[in-house]
Design a protein around this ligand. Structure first.
Ligand code: NAD
Length: 497
């Protein structure tokens, strides 16, 4: 059986593999590969390679670094269908969705191609007599990314294109559940001309992560994953003196006001709740129906759910694939059972999926709950599966209060035809990313992505200008050319005259 190895110093790691984990095809339930699980010594080897490559890479001209990104962009564009197929094979998402993920990642690579423009500093002439002042931003050094299973190509691309273009070297620890995309991208980066050691991949679990978090040579850590781990990463990484941005879980609400176009809202919530089997951090998992909106929406939702095609992701006619692992399927099914036991109304029950020829795949069909209340487990917890809960409220104010009472604040959406109501919502809502008649408001690469509250630990969002900021340190220079007029000892604090 194939073993997916670490990528260190420009090629597969030559070190012996001590421990492996199974990689599954979620559509069939079969083990398709083994992935190497890094020991602390493997992480040390990757960090050493990154540290050795740093001096030359940080001195490479901006033009050279941008050109590598341009070349990488071209290779990715040419080979994106292959990369998308790897995502389908290990994550399970359907082909069109996988390609969408790669395309959104590509946009960050395109943004990184413009880095020379983004790294420009500021210059002030004559801040004092014959004194000029200017600011520059320099790479942090060796930086690391730790990423989740649900976007194995795109989420790492939120990080490394900018980190590399800024002159850092990188160690990526992708999810052990779908590891192949990381190696594919490492090979393309090498082909694009990235010198050996500038980008490294270590596969593994907590053992690898803990070494990254405590390694003295690692200057910054970007993390995306669930909230308890995000908090742990933030606490441990910062305690070891690292700069950390740790993006966590979510429970995204879509508020539907009674004046909304209900057909439009129904189309939108179906895509946002069940796309990628609900395994998106920006998935809508709660619909907040204001006034009579629920009664009008439920028939439209049932009609649409009945037509959804669920099956293996490599069949282009399917719209929703399986969940990532058997353990995750069992967890999500368990939540549906709990929802029924706690008294929510299961309007559509997807627990008996019957996908002919794929009986051992990790499938669950869409589930829809009505009359969910905030005290129920299915409302409180992030389920991360194809389960949509409807909470009924009487007013806009009650909807806003509900959103604010939730521990998460990643994304939120409002559906309405009332511009004034939408504007009031965008102004008042305490959530990082807001959609107005847009259910999944994932910011473009040139804006930054990030939530508030338990959805993000740290103060910097990913990609966009904040990404450039995260991967660089500021420096300000104050300069005067020697001038005999300014001779003489002065013990006073420097000040303008
Ligand atoms: P996860 O937290 O289980 O794993 C994320 C990463 O952390 C993986 O690389 C994993 O190997 C590592 N990890 C797991 N357990 C660890 C531990 N005990 N100690 C150290 N490292 C550990 O998340 P997941 O299941 O892979 O991904 C789904 C989660 O990610 C969801 O909660 C989802 O909302 C979240 N997510 C958030 C965003 C966002 O932008 N906020 C984006 C995508 C996914």
């Amino acid at each position: 059986m194939r073993t997916i190895n670490h990528w260190i110093g420009g090629g597969p790691s030559p070190r012996a593999v001590e421990r492996t984990a199974d990689v599954f095809n979620p559509a069939t339930g079969e083990v398709t590969a083994k992935v190497a699980m890094a020991t602390p010594a493997d992480v040390d080897a990757a960090v050493d390679a990154a540290a050795a490559a740093l001096p030359a890479w940080r001195e490479a001209s901006l033009a050279k670094r941008a050109r590598v990104m341009f070349a990488y962009r071209e290779l990715l564009e040419r080979r994106k269908v292959e990369l998308a197929a790897l995502l389908t094979a290990e994550h399970g998402k359907v082909a069109a969705d996988a390609l969408g993920e790669v395309n959104r990642g590509l946009e960050v690579v395109e943004f990184a191609c413009g880095l020379p423009q983004l790294l420009k500093g500021e210059f002030s002439e004559n801040v004092s007599s014959d004194v000029d002042s200017y600011s520059i931003r320099q790479p942090v050094g060796v930086v690391a990314g730790i990423t989740p299973f649900n976007f194995p190509a795109m989420v790492p691309m939120w990080m490394y294109p900018l980190a590399l273009a800024c002159g850092n070297t990188f160690v990526l620890k992708p999810s052990e559940r779908d590891p192949s995309a990381a190696n594919f991208c490492a090979e393309l980066l090498a082909e694009a001309g990235l010198p050996p050691g500038v980008f490294n991949v270590v596969h593994g679990d907590k053992v690898a992560v803990d070494r990254i978090l405590t390694h003295p040579e690692v200057g910054a850590v970007s993390f995306v994953g669930s909230t308890p781990i995000a908090k742990y990463i933030y606490d441990t990484g910062t305690a070891h003196g690292k700069r950390v941005q740790a993006l966590g879980g979510a429970k995204n609400h879509m508020v539907v006001l009674p004046d909304a176009d209900m057909e439009l809202a129904a189309d939108a919530v179906i895509g946002a709740a069940y796309g990628s089997a609900g395994e998106r951090c920006m998935a809508i998992s709660v619909m907040v129906a204001v006034g009579d909106a629920a009664d009008r929406l439920i028939p439209l939702l049932k009609e649409r759910i009945a037509k959804l095609k669920v099956g293996p992701g490599d069949d282009p006619s399917n719209e929703m694939g399986p969940l990532v692992t058997r353990a995750h399927l069992d967890k999500v099914r368990g939540y549906v059972d709990t929802g029924v036991a706690e008294g929510a109304e299961l309007v559509v029950d997807g627990r008996d999926p019957k996908i002919p020829g794929h009986e051992r795949g990790f499938f669950l069909r869409p589930c829809l709950f009505d009359r969910v209340t905030p005290s129920m487990t299915i409302y409180a917890d992030e389920i991360f599966g194809p389960v949509l809960s409807i909470v009924r409220v009487a007013t806009y104010d009650a909807a806003l209060e509900l959103v604010h009472a939730n521990q998460y604040a990643n994304g939120v959406a409002i559906f309405t035809n009332d511009g004034g109501a939408a504007r009031k919502f965008q102004h008042e809502v305490r959530v990082g990313m807001v959609g107005i008649n847009v259910p999944i408001p994932v910011p473009m690469a040139y804006y930054s992505f990030g939530g508030w509250k338990a959805s993000l630990f740290g103060d910097t969002h990913v990609h966009g200008k904040e990404g450039v900021h995260f991967y660089t340190r500021g420096k300000v220079v104050t300069a005067r050319w020697p001038d005999p007029r300014f001779r003489g000892v002065d013990l006073g604090f420097p000040q303008n005259r």
